[in-house]
Unconditional design. Structure first.
Length: 262
């Protein structure tokens, strides 16, 4: 893994070292403060670029164009909320996705299955363990956003999401988020409506460089990727882990996100 990952700066392969303990502490503190942390250059930038190149032909030919109108919940309706409530406002999303069954043998697959990363993430997130999904489509993806494409406001299905930026666009493609807008106890529909109306001063933007590992707690923090501009697409790997082994999307989730079941 040393070939691909900067394990001098991020010693995930040396869990007994003081440097490892310090890294875990730093990431925990950032997670508590910001709901996310970044490891800049975790995937060596030349390998990030090589992955982006390697997946481009398949992306052109075989990817799923995830294009739909959706609300922040990815649900038709929400019990107790009138259908015309502004928290249910609809937005357009379009990007292209390759699923794990289309990424066999890739560096992204090696990283996804690398046990020391799972252990490190579990430690930072304060979990006994984290497991890869048992889903041929949803476990890990590479997403591409070309000129004009975007991923609109949403809450994630999983508690947190791990991404690795492979290629940055010339302009646009910014990650925007609003930390802890809701909680398990309080859905804060009016707050959601304010954010969607562009009226939440606590919305933040993040820009990362290729090779950055980002861990983001997205289940209560709505987020989006703004439209990409220019000829260089944004490409990003998305890795999903759960506390229980064997996690799977339902058939209807698979269809909604990937256009097929598997
Ligand atoms: O492309 C990104 O940076 C975010 C992806 C994301 O939010 C998701 O897959 O749920
Ligand atoms: Fe997300």
């Amino acid at each position: 893994m040393d070939t691909y990952l900067d394990l001098e700066t991020f010693p995930l392969d040396r869990p007994d070292s003081a440097a490892y303990a310090a890294l875990v502490e730093r990431c925990k503190a950032e997670m508590a403060r910001d709901g996310m942390f970044n490891l800049d250059g975790f995937l060596r930038p030349e390998h990030a670029a090589a992955e982006a190149r390697a997946h481009t032909p398949k992306m052109d030919r075989e990817s799923f164009n995830h294009a739909r109108e959706h609300n922040v919940y990815f649900k038709k309706s929400v019990p107790g909320l009138p259908d015309d409530h502004p928290a249910l406002r609809l937005f357009q999303t379009s990007n292209n996705t390759l699923c794990n069954d289309q990424l066999t043998g890739s560096v992204v697959e090696k990283i996804y299955n690398w046990a020391p990363l799972q252990r490190f993430l579990a430690e930072v997130m304060g979990k006994p363990a984290l497991y890869p999904m048992d889903d041929p489509l949803a476990a890990f993806n590479v997403m591409r956003y070309a000129d004009g494409q975007a991923l609109n406001w949403h809450f994630d299905r999983s508690e947190f999401t791990v991404t690795l930026l492979l290629q940055a666009p010339e302009r646009g493609g910014m990650f925007e988020y609003r930390t802890d807008l809701r909680s398990a106890e309080d859905p804060n529909y009016d707050g959601v409506a304010r954010l969607l109306a562009g009226d939440d001063p606590e919305m933040r933007q993040m820009s990362v460089v290729p090779g950055t590992l980002n861990v983001f707690r997205g289940v209560n923090t709505p987020h989006r990727v703004t439209p990409v501009e220019g000829d260089t697409p944004r490409m990003i790997a998305v890795l999903t882990y759960y506390e229980q082994p064997g996690a799977k999307f339902t058939e209807s989730e698979q269809l909604g996100f990937y256009g097929r079941t598997a």
